[in-house]
Design a protein around this ligand. Structure first.
Ligand SMILES: *Cc1c(COP(=O)(O)O)cnc(C)c1O
Length: 426
């Protein structure tokens, strides 16, 4: 039988660089042919061969209700009939803004945009504009979208300025970006001691989901807050992934820390292109048209996307939603740990709300360098083993996983069983 995914991949590669519109979809890290998805429903999607997979990427986070939730579909269908985009304000944008602010108490005002990249980039400009400072602090392994100033890896030596991680980013563009090791208190202290008066902001994924799943320790997160306050820098929580994913109030709710600015995306669009950034009124009013910091977007606050986001937020705000999601995700993580232990496979895993990560090592990593010591070949074998068995996890070991409200106990049990089978045949 001809593999339809192979056929589509060949066609795609002829017209789209690498055959994909976002690099991680290409299976470059794990090898093999990317699966071209035809349709999705609930916890599943089906590839071009009509093979069904239990979906643990959920569009990389947004699909917290599962695919095709009836209330969301209905809201989107209704919105589509009223027009796709106007380029003029709508009541629905106010409703979504009000809904977001009600759930994230650190935000007094919010601006809607279309992607997480755009939101993070705009928050950064706002932080620089509001403080009149240039330097930004980020952490190795945290991803904040692909704006030039954020595509940086650590330079040599402690608390030095970074080097671009992409061609096309001149070193001058990242010369104000300090890249520190995640959870390294000493580097954090040193960076503020050396550069504190120049630091506009510190941007962090307080529960990181772009180096697999790594939590900032409570002391580390607390120290980020204290040092920013002490030195007049803004603390920015990039919650594009964790917002409405690890809990109803995001990573800031889990950690009990109030950032100055919050960046949101993924879940707030429910699968449509929608993201946001926000914070205190005095800072947000620095934005155009009120203030001197320019920011704009033709499709910002799009009426179909806001309908999708609003319907999604309504569902996840129902009592008990996160308790059930967190319990299910815990069952998966505990089951995988038990399966690995039974088969003598070094393994550890963690989760918060509907987000999880697992590691083919006994300890839970604290930073990017440790995550990257994972045995690639072992991860790839597990990835392809699961894929063959109809379980789709992220095709790279440095990505987190996502459980949705649509995943059933049976889906979780089948996933654990598939992993146990793979571990047993190592
Ligand atoms: C996904 C992600 C982004 C980028 O969002 P896009 O919508 O892909 O541009 C930024 N920050 C974090 C933490 C993310 O997970």
């Amino acid at each position: 039988m001809t593999d339809q995914n192979d056929i589509l991949f060949e066609r795609a590669r002829a017209v789209i660089p690498g055959g994909v519109n976002s690099p991680v979809r290409a299976f470059k890290a794990v090898g093999g042919t990317p699966r071209f998805i035809q349709r999705a429903q609930g916890a599943y999607f089906w590839d071009a061969n009509d093979k069904r997979y239990i979906d643990y990427i959920g569009s990389w986070g947004p699909m917290i209700l599962g695919h095709g939730h009836p209330a969301v579909v209905e809201a989107v269908q209704k919105a589509v009939l009223e027009g796709f985009s106007y380029g003029a304000p709508t009541e629905r944008e106010i409703e979504l803004a009000e809904a977001i602010l009600a759930l994230v108490p650190s935000m007094e005002m919010v601006r809607l945009v279309s992607s997480g990249t755009e939101a993070a980039m705009s928050a950064l400009r706002l932080a620089r504009g509001a403080t009149g400072r240039k330097t930004i602090v980020k952490f190795e392994g945290c991803y904040h979208g692909h704006a030039d100033a954020l595509l940086v890896k650590a330079g040599s030596g402690l608390a030095t300025f970074g080097n671009p991680t992409s061609a096309g980013v001149p070193p001058e563009v990242v010369q104000h970006t300090l890249v520190l090791e995640y959870n390294n208190l000493q580097q954090l202290e040193e960076a503020f001691a050396l550069h504190g008066k120049d630091i506009a902001c510190l941007m962090i994924e307080a529960i990181a989901g772009n180096m697999n799943f790594v939590r900032a320790t409570p002391e580390f997160a607390k120290r980020c807050r204290e040092l920013c306050t002490q030195h007049g820098a803004l603390l920015i929580f990039d919650e594009v992934m964790t917002g409405f994913r690890v809990g109803l109030h995001g990573a800031q709710g889990v950690l009990g820390i109030t950032p100055d600015l919050t960046v949101l995306g993924k879940v707030i669009g429910g699968g449509m292109p929608l993201a946001a950034f926000g914070g205190p009124r005095a800072i947000m009013e620095q934005l155009a048209p009120l203030g001197p910091v320019y920011q704009a977007g033709t499709l910002s606050g799009n009426p179909v996307a806001t309908a999708c986001g609003l319907a999604t937020l309504k569902e996840i705000s129902k009592p008990g939603f996160y308790e059930a999601l967190a319990k299910k995700t815990r069952t998966l993580v505990d089951g995988l740990k038990a399966a690995a232990a039974a088969e003598g496979q070094p393994f550890n895993a963690d989760s918060e709300g509907g987000m999880f990560g697992f590691f083919l090592m006994n300890e839970l990593p604290q930073n990017y360098a440790t995550v990257m010591t994972t045995d690639n070949a072992q991860f790839n074998a597990l990835f392809h083993g699961l894929l063959d068995r109809g379980v789709y996890i992220a095709p790279a070991l440095y990505e987190a996983g996502f459980v949705s409200a649509a995943h059933s106990e049976d889906d979780i049990a089948a996933t654990i069983e598939a992993a146990r089978d793979i571990f047993s045949k190592r």
